[in-house]
Design a protein around this ligand. Sequence first.
Ligand SMILES: [Zn+2]
Length: 312
Amino acid sequence: MKKKKEEKITPNEQQLLDGIAITQEHPLFGYLRINTEMVPKSRLGKNVPAKVSSLGRIYLNKDCDRTPKEWAYIIAHCMLHLCFGHFDAERMPGYWQQITEKQQKWVNKYDAELWNMACDIYVSRFLADIKFGSACIDTTQLANFSSASSEMKIYDQLVELNISPDRNFFGTAGEFPDMIGTESPLEYRYGKNEYISRFAYALASSVRSVINKAGASKGITGKRKSTMEKAAEWFVNHYPLLGGIATGFRIVETFNRNDLNDVEIAAVDVVNGEIYVNPAAGLTIEEWKFVLAHEYLHAGLQHHARRNGRDH
Ligand SMILES: [Zn+2]
C-alpha cells in the first residue's frame, strides 16, 4: 500500500488556525465551544471566507487569505448569529395571527436576505463595541443604524429605506448571505436555544475574567482593589449582559497620571476601550457599583456614536 502523502499546512491555513486559536483563547468566545470546519474554496466559493448554518456549524474557507485577527473577527461574527438566535422563528420578523379568541400565533414573514443583512449589522455593531479582532468591513457605515435597538428594528429600517440586500457589506460571505437556513426558522417546542443559554453564561464568565485582570493591574492598593472587585462581581450576578461590554474595556487607574488628573472619579473612552478610575476617590462598594454601571452604559447605549455633533 502506498504511504499517504504527508499533508503540508499552507500559509493561508496557518493564518486560519491562528485565528481559530485567538477565538478559543478569548474569555467570551472560547467558552461557547461551537464547531468550526475548515473547507476548500470549492465548498463555499472563491471569495467567501465563511458561512454559518442553523444547525450550528461554521464553515471556514481555508483557501482564503486573511490575517489571524481578521479570521478571529469572522469566526466571532458567525458564532454570534447562533448566540443571538438569528435562526429562531420567535426572533424573526412576522406578525401575530389570531387562532381563537384567546390564542395567537407568531407567523414569520420576511425577506431572508434582508433579515441576514439586519443580523449582520447587529453583530458588526456588537463586535465594534467589544473591539474584538480586525473588522473586515467599513465600520463607519454602522453609524446609520445606531439608533435601532434590535435586529427587528434594523430590519424595519432597511425595509423603510427600501435598501436592497445586494448592499450588504457587513457579512462574512462577500456578496452572498452568510447564514445558511434562514428560510426555515427554528422552533423549539420542547427545549430552548442552547447557544443563547451558553452565551449568557459565557458573558458572565468573561466578566469574571476581566475583573481578575483589572484586579491584578498595578497601582490599585489592596483595600481599594477588593472594593472595585466586589462592585464588578456584583454585576456578574445581577447584570451579566453588561459583560459583553466589559470585556472590551481595560480598567486603567489614574492615581499618578498627570495627563488624566481631571478624572475625579471615573471616565470612559469608548474609542480606545478604556475606563479610567481614580482609586483615590475613596468610594464605597455601593458607589463603585453606580460608577461602573454608569460607564458601561455610556458604551452600551452608544452615547459616543449618537452624539451627532452635540457638545460632549
Ligand atoms: Zn453574518
